[in-house]
Structures are given as C-alpha cells and as structure tokens.
Design a protein. Structure first.
Length: 334
C-alpha cells in the first residue's frame, strides 16, 4: 500500500496499521522553518524535483516530512478589490450591484503537477481551495456588515451568496475533470470559539443549499468532499453528515470535544486536525507535545477516520522543537 491507499482506507473508516498524516504550515512558518525541515528530513528525490521546478517549496517541505496528502492548486477566482463598488463600504444600504471578479491559475499546469506528484510519490492529492460562499461574501462587506445584511437585507445577502455559488460551480466544473485530485476542500469559517457564528436557521436557509450543490458536484466526479471550518460548529454537524462530507478540518479541541466528535460522528466523518495550536503546541514542551499528539492519534484513529494534523496551520509561535516533536510523533505512527 502507498500513502494514498492509507488515506483512502482511513476514509473508509477501516482500521489501519499506519495512521496517515498531513501537517500544514502557514506561509510565515514555512519561511521560518522550511529550510531546516528539509535539512532534518532530507530527501534527495524531493530536493532534485524542487531544484528542477517540478514541485513548489511548500510541496517540497510537505514531501520531505512525509505527508500522506499533498496540496495542488486549481484555477480559481476572487474579487477584483481594485474596482469594488463604493456601495460595499456603506453598512446602511444594500448594494445594488454584484462585485467584479478576476480569475487566476493555469489548470493544465496544475493537472500536470498533480499527476507527477501522485505517480512518483504515491500520495493523496488534495485540492485545497479554502473558498466557499460565506467567507467570500463577507470579504466584500466585512464580517460585521454581512452578518447584519443577513438580518437586515436578506434578499441582497442571498443574491450575493448565489452569485458566488454560480462562479464556484463554473470553476468547479473544470476542477473536477482533473483525474489526479483525490479530494477537494472548500472552506468557510462558520464557527466562533464558542458557537456557530450565525443561527442554525440562518445557516440552513442561506448557506446549506450552496454547500450541497458543490458537494454533489464533487461527489459526482468520484472525489472526496473536504470541508474546513474553524470554531464550534456542533449545531450543524448533523447537516454535514447529511450532506456527505468526507473529511472535516481543522477540528479545534478548544471548541469541540474530540471524544464527543469521535463517538458521535466518527462513523461518518474523517477528522483531519485536533492537536491544539492554542495550547500544547505553542506553550508545551516537546515531551508534552509528543504525549498529547499520541493521545489524540490513539483516540481519533480508532477504526480509521483520522489524519494526524494540528488544529490549524502551524504558525511561528510554535517553537521549532515542538513542531519537530509533532512531526516525529506523526511519523512514528505513520
């Protein structure tokens, strides 16, 4: 079995003799720690591919530490902030027009890269978009204003959300044609530290249907649906199961109890994350990081359904020794 096979086995909720892992770094941490990681976990083939431009620096770091999942981008779209209408700055009125957009990325190049990495290294290819419709919507107005729009200007809010979904679906039609993407991640942070950021009714009325059409398209192409949402999203967990989400990230233990998640949703969801970036990773000792990482792996990987990772991308507040303790524990189990 290669690494891709182990991820697929975990997704089938089958007990594995190796626990797959995918540890992510923020851009800042990649700059600070990447060279040292590639030295400490030196891989000659990876270095040759990086030197020759076949893989990016972040992919080289991920392959060096042994991640089972490697991220390859897709052609996508965003807002043209240079030409954002002035009306989007006015919280007292609903804008009368939709914002302008820009597209970016060379899908053919991304497809070639995904093929090369998957065939050479035997890893699971994750297309990590991190852009669904809730997050994109509040980027236009600011989060406070768009939350107010949901209550005060619901017709505009729904029109903007539908506009975003239409463009997402247009781009996803091409993304899912890439035969080398195994899973596609969409992200919107629906939770605060304590609860859902909006009422469950608002989420189900305005957000859920847009998520469903995207997930259905991804599944129709035979790919796994990966969802990123920070915070406490317990009040929509049943909805995510109903929608057929395969992988949930980042699983913050400060916000949701890991044992509760595993006991109640572990038969349906694969969890990717769970090792605290608010507690043990920045503030513990390497020995404490190792112990906590092992505890989480033992708990969450029972009968499959777990990918070892921190509960957010590693930042530079995590000492290098602690990052290395996390990676070494993941490698010991994987």
């Amino acid at each position: 079995m290669n690494k891709r096979d182990y991820v697929k086995q975990a997704l089938r909720h089958e007990k594995t003799d190796k626990v797959p892992y995918c540890i992510e770094l923020t851009g800042e941490a990649s700059e600070a720690y990447g060279d040292q990681l590639m030295q400490d976990y030196y891989n000659a083939e990876v270095q040759e591919d990086y030197k020759n431009g076949r893989i990016t620096r972040d992919q080289a770091i991920a392959l060096s530490i042994g991640n089972y999942m490697i991220s390859v981008p897709t052609a996508w779209w965003g807002w043209d902030y240079d030409h954002m209408p002035e009306s989007y700055k006015n919280p007292d009125e609903a804008p009368a027009e939709m914002p302008p957009i820009v597209r970016s990325g060379d899908q053919e190049a991304f497809t070639r890269q995904a093929q090369y990495i998957q065939e050479k290294y035997g890893v699971y290819i994750g297309c990590l978009i991190y852009g669904s419709h809730w997050e994109k919507a509040y980027f236009t107005r600011g989060i406070e204003n768009f939350l107010a729009d949901i209550a005060g200007f619901p017709e505009f809010a729904q029109e903007l959300l539908d506009f975003i979904i239409a463009h997402n679906m247009e781009m996803l039609q091409d993304t899912v044609k890439c035969p080398y993407y195994d899973g596609i991640l969409l992200g919107s942070d629906w939770g605060t530290q304590n609860d859902l950021i909006m009422s469950p009714n608002a989420w189900r009325t305005m957000i859920k249907k847009g998520e469903k059409v995207q997930y259905d398209l991804i599944h129709s192409a035979g790919k796994d649906v990966m969802v990123h949402s920070c915070g406490c999203i317990l009040r929509v967990m049943e909805d995510l199961v109903e929608l057929g989400v395969d992988i949930l990230n980042p699983v913050q233990p400060e916000c949701m109890d890991l044992k509760f998640l595993k006991d109640n949703y572990g038969k349906y969801l694969t969890f990717w994350g769970g090792i605290s970036t608010q507690g043990v990773l920045p503030f513990g000792t390497p020995a404490e990081v190792e112990a906590e990482a092992q505890r989480v792996i033992d708990l969450m990987s029972e009968n499959g359904g777990y990918i070892t990772c921190s509960s957010q991308g590693i930042q530079t507040d995590v000492p290098y020794e602690n990052l290395k303790a996390l990676i070494d524990t993941a490698r010991k189990n994987g």
